[in-house]
Design a protein around this ligand. Structure first.
Ligand code: ASP
Ligand code: MG
Length: 601
């Protein structure tokens, strides 16, 4: 006999008939001898409808009143489902978030869960009832007992948090799609259903998966080791299992706010190879990394910075024992990458740097919290450590620094993020996992280039600190390799991607500080798209990046930026090439199949 938490999304409870179907599915599980807690969303598009009503009255309604309004949607569903269960002879009781005691921060419209008291639910379960809980809502930890909501899409988070607090055997998320697909089937009809995905992969695929599963729910599942499965409420297909390694014991207090960063990593024994001034045209990265892959060399970070004029810099890191061979490949290929059309331009130049280290912070809690990366930069700056390369993904920020600063950097970061040395990750290379699990396209980003940023400790901290203070989330960040001396000061360009909606504001914010911090021009390019491959199996497998770049080269698609983390490689390409890029990469990794999946808009 198991304790199960099931969650049904809006479409799954969109009508009385569907609520009856949900009740029958729940009863089947109970009749098999299990205890059941059901979390539900508001019916269909109810929440959107409520938002519209509010907007007819005010363009900026109070967030408190919005929570009061939006929380009513779920309350309708719990009552109806509980009645349906009772009607079919199954004892049941509906409970609001407050009645359960889902205690949250007093932050209206985006509250995070602090704690869930299991007593009342456990009591009702013991009486043989199905407990039907309103998702997406909670009650504040203040004496006023304010009704709060967790943010749109938040009932997934309610369900997984309940599963963690009740120590449920597993949690099922029922939705209107069959599970997690390898990519968006509206863009790539050959997208296939995944049987399983790790939480880490799911988080890196946030832009792909967020519509199916709230990232905060994935974060909780990973932190507490909740068994999670996403499946369709229209069928009995098994869906997609979202798996995680067994986590260490963790307190259920401050459930969602404990730590934005839960690991600090140090990679020593690294070296960097940079090729400066390669032509900005399709096929260059493919050629370089194709050669590297042929030599069976495993590269770690790859970054390609923004182009100046018509040339790019590409840099990558390898472990020191591989450096000689990597350098040989780079030097052999550099002359061939010369500009044929422009004799005046200098040849590509290979630059080697040994004795570097990579420090990284990792944690799902950094999604949507721009202050986290900024805090890392500020911490390194306070320790007077210069950052040579930066590469970021959804759940990780990595900085390349001088090897001699490695230990100091780790110590400082452990203190700053309240992480103990035990949380320093040992990377597990698992060759059983597929190198690429899924491919995502993000068409809502803009690229921001900040020219001529002084190359000294503290600059990145100031720059990203400023954006963070203004609540602007930065996605991919990369720093150029080329260093130019301007009036005696070494300067580099930094590029990052931000949501298109934030681009103008980010530009203005940085321009205002340009004189004070002596950085140069800020340039926005909104006509970009970001394609990413994600797979835990790419760790320690050479040739994955090369294959991605080659599939773009074959399509004559120019890569504007490259950024990587251990389990993700992202390329920024011209916007008009985004969908073609996604299709080509998805096919190149053999993710296509003949099943067809319909996903509602
Ligand atoms: N009803 C809320 C929304 O539409 C919460 C949820 O469905 O997850 O955002
Ligand atoms: Mg949802």
């Amino acid at each position: 006999m198991a304790l199960v938490v099931q969650k049904y999304g809006g479409t799954s409870v969109g009508s009385v008939e569907r609520i009856m179907a949900v009740a029958k599915r729940a009863i089947a599980l109970c009749n098999a001898g299990n205890s059941l807690v059901v979390v539900v969303s508001a019916m269909g598009k109810t929440t959107d409808g409520l938002v519209k009503l509010a907007q007819e009255i005010s363009t900026s309604p109070s967030r408190r009143e919005m929570d009061m309004l939006l929380s009513t949607g779920e309350q309708v569903t719990i009552a109806l489902l509980s009645m349906a269960l009772q009607e079919l002879g199954q004892p049941a009781i509906s409970l609001t978030g407050a009645q359960v005691r889902i205690i949250t921060e007093a932050e209206h419209s985006r509250a995070r869960i602090l704690q869930i008291k299991p007593e009342r639910i456990n009591r009702q379960l013991k009486e043989g009832k199905v407990v039907v809980v309103a998702g997406f809502q909670g009650i504040s930890n203040t004496s006023d007992l304010e009704i709060t909501t967790l943010g749109r899409g938040g009932s997934d988070t309610s369900a997984v948090a309940l599963a963690a607090a009740l120590k449920a055997d597993y949690c099922e998320i029922y939705t209107d799609v069959p599970g997690i697909l390898t990519t968006d089937p509206r863009l790539v009809p050959q997208a296939q259903l995944m049987a399983e995905i790790t939480c880490d992969e799911m988080l890196e695929l946030a832009s792909l998966g967020a519509k199916v599963l709230h990232p905060r729910a994935v974060e909780i599942a990973r932190n507490y080791g909740v068994e999670l499965v996403v499946r369709s409420s229209w069928s009995n297909e098994p869906g997609t299992r979202v798996i995680s390694p067994k986590p260490s014991e963790r307190s259920l207090v401050d459930l969602e706010i404990a730590r934005p960063v839960d690991g600090v990593e140090l990679d020593t024994d690294q070296a960097r190879v940079a090729i400066l001034r390669v032509p900005d045209r399709p096929g260059v990265a493919a050629r370089l990394f194709g050669e590297i892959a042929k030599q069976n060399l495993d590269v770690d970070l790859i970054i390609q910075s923004i182009h100046e004029g018509n040339s790019n810099d590409i840099a990558f890191t390898v472990t020191t024992p591989m450096l000689k061979r990597a350098e040989a490949v780079a030097s052999a290929i550099a002359p061939a990458l010369r500009f044929h059309d422009d004799a005046a331009l200098q040849e590509a130049e290979v630059m080697i740097q040994q004795q570097i280290a990579k420090v990284s912070i990792a944690g799902a809690g950094m999604i949507g919290r721009p202050g986290v990366a900024a805090k890392m930069f500020a911490t390194l700056s306070a320790a007077k450590i210069n950052i040579q390369m930066i590469s970021t993904s959804e759940v990780k920020v990595s900085c390349v620094i001088d090897a001699k600063d490695g230990d100091r950097a780790i110590n400082a970061l452990c203190v700053a993020f309240e992480v103990t040395k035990q949380d320093i990750s040992n990377k597990i290379v698992n060759t059983d996992l597929p190198p690429v699990r899924g491919v995502a396209l993000d068409q809502n980003q803009a690229r921001l280039a900040i020219r001529q940023v002084p190359d000294r400790p503290g600059t990145a901290a100031r720059l990203f600190g400023l954006l963070a203070e203004n609540n602007i989330s930065v996605d991919t960040i990369i720093q150029s390799q080329r260093c130019r001396i301007v009036d005696g000061v070494p300067k580099r360009d930094i590029a990052c991607t931000v949501a298109q909606l934030d681009a103008e504001f980010a530009k203005k914010t940085l321009e205002k500080a340009a004189v004070e911090f002596s950085w140069g021009e800020i340039v926005i390019d909104s006509a970009i798209a970001k394609v990413s491959i994600v797979g835990a199996g790419m760790l320690g497998q050479p040739g994955i990046a090369a294959k991605m770049f080659q599939s773009l080269a074959q399509q004559q698609i120019n890569i504007q930026m490259i950024a990587t983390s251990e389990i993700k490689i992202s390329c920024v390409v011209p916007q008009e090439d985004g969908i073609r890029a996604l299709q080509a990469i998805h096919a190149a990794f053999g993710l296509e199949g003949s099943d067809r999946y319909l996903v509602p808009a």
